[in-house]
Structures are given as structure tokens and as C-alpha cells.
Design a protein around this ligand. Structure first.
Ligand SMILES: [Zn+2]
Length: 285
């Protein structure tokens, strides 16, 4: 039986209590005993209708998904596969093939949001972080509990538009799209050495389609040339400005955790590593 069609009284409230999210309990799709519903910060734009789908239902990970995460390779690629396996519906879409296509098109911020949902569903809302105070003479371990249900999502600026044209102050016209799951998979597939040396250009290539009407080719035979073109075409100021544009436009999750060392009074912050293997077994970073 399709878990999404289970009657309300068969919903396992123990699982839902773990999520601590009232909205999930009230999901009209009546999620099954090990499924929850949620809402994506950005959503999927159906190319056939132009509609944006943000409501989703996802089931808990099973042994098969655990094996995917235990394998070698980049976490983001594994997680996208896990989401494809576990996603039961996205808006009105329930067909597995269509769901897989939609997941690959989803903004990375939505992949993060579903990763967070799966983490909460499997292991609950409480996450203990135990960083060491970075002050050299201190080094005391600080313990801080994060409630994953409290993380705030920032939606995409315009959910209908994943493709954007921005004219920079320099007059450069940049055509780009929000970072999607398929772009993240492409980045994860590049050689580590290349990724390290050209991190910023590769992050740009994950999004930018053309500069002043000149297309960029990110296939392996054109990658080196595209990186050279980006180095030539975009000044330091252009890059800073573009970075601000994408931060303001794309959906995001507030992952900043602030720590306060009781021993020396130092205050500092860390970004919660949501797209990281340890996020599913994390007790300290
Ligand atoms: Zn300290």
C-alpha cells in the first residue's frame, strides 16, 4: 500500500513527535508511519505547467540508503540518490521517474532542506556540538545543543525563476541559474585537485551560463578554457558583486551556530555541516 495514502489514525505519532513539527502532523497527504511532509524553501518548477511545487513527502531511510551513504564518493551525490529513493511525492508528482528528474533540477538549498528532514526523521531533532575553544591558551571543550527543528529557511527570491540575468555595475551581463542538484553532482565529480585550485571559478561555473552573451562550456574538454575565460571576463569586483547577488537570490538555511566559551568568554561561530556524512552520526565537530 502506498504509504502516502495511509489513513490518519494509522500514522505513527512517535515518529512525528521526533520531528516536533506541527506542520508535518497536519500534512493533508496523510503521510505513512515512517514518512513526513515538509515544504521546500525554493521548490520545483514544473516545465509543463510553470507551477511551483514545494510540498513534499519523504520516507525514512532504510538499509539500502544506509549503504549508499556508507559507500565511497562525495556525500552530496550520495544524498541526492538517497533523496530520490526516499521521496514519495513532490506537489502532485508521485511517479518515481518524474520524481528523480525533479530532484536533479531542485536547487541545492532544497536538497539541504530534505537532508535535514531525513536527519530529523532518523535521529531526532537534538544535535550536540562539542567544539574546542579556538583561543590558543584556552582550548576548553564547549558543549552546545542545537534543535534542528529551529533552523530557519530562507526562500528563493522568486520561486518561478531559477534562471536569472544580472547586469553587474561594470556593465557585464551574466546569465545564470541557481545551483541545482545536478550542478552539485557535476562539481562533486571533478578531480579533487582541480576543485581545490579553482574552487571559486568552479562554483561560478556551476551557475553561470554566459557572460555578455558568450556561453561557457563546462564539459571536461572545455573546462580549462572556461576557467581562463572567467578569469579574463570577471574582475575581482564583478566576482564579489556576483557572490552578493547569488547570496541574496538563492534559498538558504541559517546554519550559523554561535558558541560561547564559559572559561575565557570568547564567542565564535561555526556553520552546521548539513551536507556532510557526519551529520547523520554527529555528536561533535
Ligand atoms: Zn575559551
Amino acid at each position: 500500500m502506498d504509504e502516502a495514502l495511509m489513513p490518519e489514525d494509522e500514522v505513527n505519532t512517535d515518529v512525528l513527535k521526533v520531528t516536533g513539527d506541527e506542520r508535518m502532523r497536519q500534512n493533508p497527504l496523510n503521510p505513512g508511519p515512517s514518512s513526513v511532509g515538509g515544504q521546500l524553501p525554493s521548490g520545483y518548477v514544473d516545465p509543463a505547467t510553470g507551477e511551483v511545487y514545494r510540498d513534499f513527502v519523504i520516507r525514512e531511510m532504510r538499509g539500502r540508503e544506509e549503504k549508499v551513504l556508507a559507500g565511497n564518493g562525495m556525500f552530496v551525490t550520495q544524498m541526492i540518490q538517497v533523496i530520490i529513493n526516499c521521496l514519495e511525492s513532490l506537489g502532485p508528482i508521485v511517479d518515481k521517474q518524474r520524481l528523480a528528474e525533479a530532484v536533479n533540477q531542485l536547487p541545492l538549498s532544497d536538497i539541504e532542506a530534505m537532508t535535514l528532514t531525513l536527519r530529523r526523521l532518523s535521529l531526532g531533532d537534538d544535535l550536540w556540538l562539542e567544539p574546542t575553544c579556538p583561543i590558543e591558551d584556552c582550548g576548553v571543550m564547549v558543549r552546545e545543543k542545537v534543535n534542528l527543528g529551529d533552523l530557519e529557511m530562507k526562500p528563493i527570491a522568486d520561486p518561478m525563476q531559477h534562471h536569472v540575468t544580472s547586469v553587474l555595475r561594470s556593465g557585464r551581463e551574466v546569465k545564470w541559474h541557481v545551483m541545482r542538484a545536478m550542478d552539485a553532482k557535476w562539481i562533486a565529480s571533478l578531480p579533487k585537485k582541480e576543485l581545490k585550485a579553482e574552487r571559486f571559478n568552479i562554483m561560478l561555473l556551476g551557475r553561470i551560463e554566459s557572460v555578455d552573451g558568450q556561453p561557457l562550456n563546462r564539459l571536461s574538454n572545455g573546462l580549462k578554457r572556461s576557467i581562463e575565460q572567467l578569469d579574463d571576463w570577471l574582475s575581482y569586483g564583478d566576482r564579489r558583486e556576483f557572490d552578493e547577488i547569488i547570496n541574496a537570490y538563492e534559498g538558504d538555511m541559517d546554519k550559523i551556530v554561535i558558541f560561547d566559551c564559559k572559561a575565557c568568554g570568547h564567542e565564535w561561530s561555526l556553520l552546521l555541516p548539513v551536507m556532510h556524512k557526519h551529520f547523520f552520526s554527529l555528536s561533535g565537530i
